[in-house]
Design a protein around this ligand. Structure first.
Ligand code: GLU
Length: 493
């Protein structure tokens, strides 16, 4: 095998979808493990739908995932340009070559004529195909059309006998009868090449050795193979990867929730979790292993283990995986990721003091094992930072609005104000004594305190929470809770 060169060739007509990202990832892994090159090419020949914003979004999504390309829009490379819109002269040259060799021809059929053709085919229960009538246009007629100002289009003269075999690295031998193909368009009336034509010229000139892409392009492959051959290019290897479906088994789309890579990032997913999860959409190593680092993937990924069956996108599994990576992450690293979120929320200053940083890390250390999404750390940390508590009404009613809760809070408050140090060593005995006094479970003592200081009933360990909130604020909150509960009883009476 010569040098491995693969490419990801998105059309910039939207964001980077998880399906596209998975295609890019498989290409990237394949390039890495074969010491090859990964090319990024922007397929922007659909002028009406392509936008610069979309290009930026795609680059941003790929960068977030760590899918670094060796050649592409930002850094160029020896096979550039990497935007199709800047390669029109190359397509033109190759189209001319096909016309000159008799493998492409001008077609001047009007939309009405094509419509008519379609209707006749349908009435005969045949596939609507172009009937090839312009194949035999005389040079005189062709000139007459051009002189009459009709631009026409170019069609490829397809071989209609025999079969085209795609030796797919994932799907095996797939045979297409050539009679199913018609003389498809390679150059449109808007002066642009079609996808099937431009993609071949680009992949050949960019010396792409393996084309790894979504299965939706399998049916285009016989057309492309015929063009490769007509232009005298070597046909590359093909690998068509399975589609990604939503839980209802229809093709994954916005209806199923977030599908954009940058949206996942903004919702609090980590690169490692995304990459690991995307790798498993259609590929598996063995049943025992689900967690893979990038290095692991580069070592273990193989096209031969990519499934032919569609993959189902399971957001629960992605969330679980994200939680695992958050838990396993080095605290300092997690802090660096969470820092901008907490700064945005006003928890930390732009340039936090060392004491603030230390406290923030202690808080994060307590929350780390509890979050599945980075964004949850904003909600779960707010009571350590904000003065005003947001009470969970239902929990308050259930836990605080009880005579005994008022007694417990009052007793603990008076003792908390007295202890020498506001540390676990000094706090723990207060709780156990109260437990004995009220003859209840320790949880029945802890829970009212927890609700009083956090506003809710789930939090890290109570001693850590109290210590991190600090004596003054904790005691003030307990006092507020007592008053709130008393007020409630007065109202009821
Ligand atoms: N621009 C095409 C797409 O986004 C590329 C298909 C291919 O990889 O050949 O679907």
């Amino acid at each position: 095998m010569g040098q491995v060169r693969v490419r990801f060739a998105p059309s910039p007509t939207g964001y980077l979808h998880v399906g596209g990202a998975r295609t890019a990832l498989f290409n990237y892994l394949f390039a890495q493990q074969n010491k090859g090159k990964f090319v990024l090419r922007i397929e922007d020949t659909d002028l009406a739908r392509s936008t610069e914003q979309s290009v930026d979004g795609i680059l941003e999504g790929m960068t977030f995932l760590g899918l670094e390309w060796d050649e592409g829009p930002t850094q160029g490379g020896e096979h550039g340009p990497y935007f199709q819109s800047q390669r029109l002269d190359l397509y033109q040259q190759h189209a001319d070559q096909l016309v000159a060799s008799g493998r492409a021809y001008h077609c001047f059929c009007t939309p009405e004529e094509l419509d008519e053709m379609r209707k006749i085919a349908t009435s005969k229960k045949q596939d609507p195909k172009y009937d090839g009538r312009c194949r035999h246009l005389t040079e005189e007629k062709r000139q007459a059309h051009l002189q009459a100002g009709r631009k026409g289009i170019l069609r490829f003269k397809t071989h209609s006998d025999g079969a085209t075999v795609v030796n797919d690295l994932i799907r095996g031998k797939v045979t297409f009868e050539n009679k199913q193909l018609d003389d498809f368009v390679i150059w449109k009336s808007d002066g642009m090449p079609t996808y099937n034509f431009a993609v071949v010229v680009d992949d050949a000139l960019m010396q792409i050795s393996h084309i790894i892409r979504g299965e939706d392009h399998l049916s285009n492959t016989p057309k492309q193979i015929q063009i490769y051959k007509a232009l005298g290019f070597q046909v590359p290897e093909f690998a068509h990867i399975p589609m990604i479906l939503g839980p209802d088994k229809s093709r994954l789309s916005k209806r199923h929730g977030a599908t954009s890579v940058t949206q996942f990032r903004d919702e609090g997913y980590l690169r490692q979790a995304m990459v690991n999860y995307l790798a498993l959409l259609g590929w598996s190593y063995d049943d025992a292993q689900t967690l893979f680092t990038y290095d692991d993937l580069v070592e273990k990924f193989s096209l031969s283990k990519v499934s032919k069956n569609p993959a189902v996108f399971d957001i629960k599994k992605l969330q679980w995986m994200n939680g695992v990576y958050i838990r396993e992450m080095d605290l300092d690293h997690l802090y660096q990721i969470v820092l901008p979120l907490w700064q945005n929320a006003g928890f930390l200053a732009a340039d936090p003091k060392e004491s603030e940083v230390n406290r923030a890390k202690l808080i994060l250390g307590e929350l780390q094992s509890r979050g599945k999404l980075l964004t949850e750390f904003e909600e779960s940390a707010y009571y350590f930072y904000k003065d005003q508590l947001e009470y969970n009404e239902k929990v308050v009613r259930k836990v605080l609005y009880k005579e005994q809760a008022i007694e417990i809070l009052t007793l603990l408050l008076s003792q908390m104000l007295k202890v020498d140090d506001f540390t676990q060593t000094d706090l723990e005995p207060i709780f156990t004594e109260a437990q004995q006094k009220f003859e209840c479970k320790l949880g029945d003592i802890i829970q009212p305190i927890r609700v009083a200081v956090t506003g809710t009933n789930v939090s890290p360990g109570i001693y850590e929470v109290l210590m991190l909130i600090g004596r003054a604020k904790s005691c003030q909150r307990i006092k507020d809770a007592v008053e709130m509960a008393k007020a409630h009883f007065n109202e009821v009476k």
